[in-house]
Design a protein around this ligand. Structure first.
Ligand SMILES: Nc1ncnc2c1ncn2[C@@H]1O[C@H](COP(=O)(O)OP(=O)(O)O)[C@@H](O)[C@H]1O
Ligand SMILES: [Mg+2]
Length: 162
């Protein structure tokens, strides 16, 4: 199932991240698709801020993985742009991360082939004028509806995101 959202600016992308923080269960696998600059890391930043993470959120472009504990939850943020072969993920300790009770957010997940398995949710971001279009896909329509509802609430009243 799919839902589409329009994200007029970076704050809206952050609000979508915050909506995911509210709706996703403690353990979930999320793929973030879209070209360089589409807003994948911006979304993760919004999610972490919503969980109460106050420090920096670095793009894991070089480290491939950044892990966080925030709001009583564990978050693993992967960026697989530089991964040439799925086997590299073994060295990263990605197997352990997938087994954790954690939110696992993966930029460039397709570089991992089938290694990651199928996600609970995928968010594809693409340029749309000065903003972005987000296409959300999940096997659960209820999850998608909850994300869209939370996004609309948070986008209207950004003070709720923090
Ligand atoms: N909905 C949006 N509309 C306009 N600009 C956005 C939107 N979402 C994010 N941006 C901007 O686009 C850039 C995206 O960078 P980033 O999140 O690092 O992308 P990615 O991780 O996909 O490469 C940032 O400058 C961010 O402020
Ligand atoms: Mg990024």
């Amino acid at each position: 199932m799919k839902r589409e959202l329009f994200l007029p600016d970076a704050d809206a992308t952050g609000a979508l991240g915050a909506a995911l923080a509210r709706v996703l269960p403690a353990r979930a696998l999320v793929f973030l698709e879209g070209d360089l600059g589409a807003g994948k890391t911006t979304l993760v930043r919004g999610l972490l801020r919503a969980l109460g993470h106050a420090g920096p959120v670095k793009s894991p472009t070089y480290t491939l993985l950044e892990s966080y504990e925030a709001g009583g939850r564990r978050v693993h943020h992967f960026d697989l742009y530089r991964v040439a072969e799925p086997e590299e993920l073994e060295f990263l300790g990605a197997r352990e991360c997938l087994g954790d009770e954690a939110l696992v957010l993966v930029e460039w997940a397709r570089r991992a082939g089938d290694w990651l398995g199928s996600p609970d949710l995928s968010v594809a971001l693409e340029m749309a004028g000065a903003g972005r279009r987000a296409v959300l896909e999940s096997g659960s329509g209820a999850l998608l509806d909850a994300v869209v509802r939370e996004f609309e609430t948070l986008h209207e009243d950004p003070s709720l995101s923090h």
